[in-house]
Design a binder for this molecule. Structure first.
Ligand SMILES: [Zn+2]
Length: 92
């Protein structure tokens, strides 16, 4: 698992490849469907492709990760842990 922080001010960003949502974009990249929320210890169905950055290491890339609505709206300053295999880097 990896610690991430939810990025603020990204809700106006749309995928450049024509995907209608970040969920659709993520599912195309990963070649699998959204399942449970990626946050550790949360098993609610993921509904949002959230923009996050890793919190602990020197990696300034942005990633999309599947979260449930509650986890996406909790803007914890301390970050939270997600399953690293669910991170997909955004190159834009
Ligand atoms: Zn959740």
């Amino acid at each position: 698992m990896v610690k991430v922080k939810n990025l603020n001010g990204t809700s106006n960003r749309v995928p450049l490849d024509g995907s209608s949502s970040w969920q659709e974009w993520w599912e195309k990249k990963k070649k699998r469907k959204f399942g449970e929320c990626s946050r550790i210890n949360c098993s609610v169905k993921a509904e949002v492709g959230a923009h996050v950055q890793k919190a602990l290491i020197n990696d300034r890339r942005w990633y999309i990760v599947p979260l449930c609505r509650a986890c996406n709206s909790s803007k914890s300053e301390n970050g939270f842990y997600v399953d690293e295999k669910d991170l997909e880097p955004v190159n834009q």
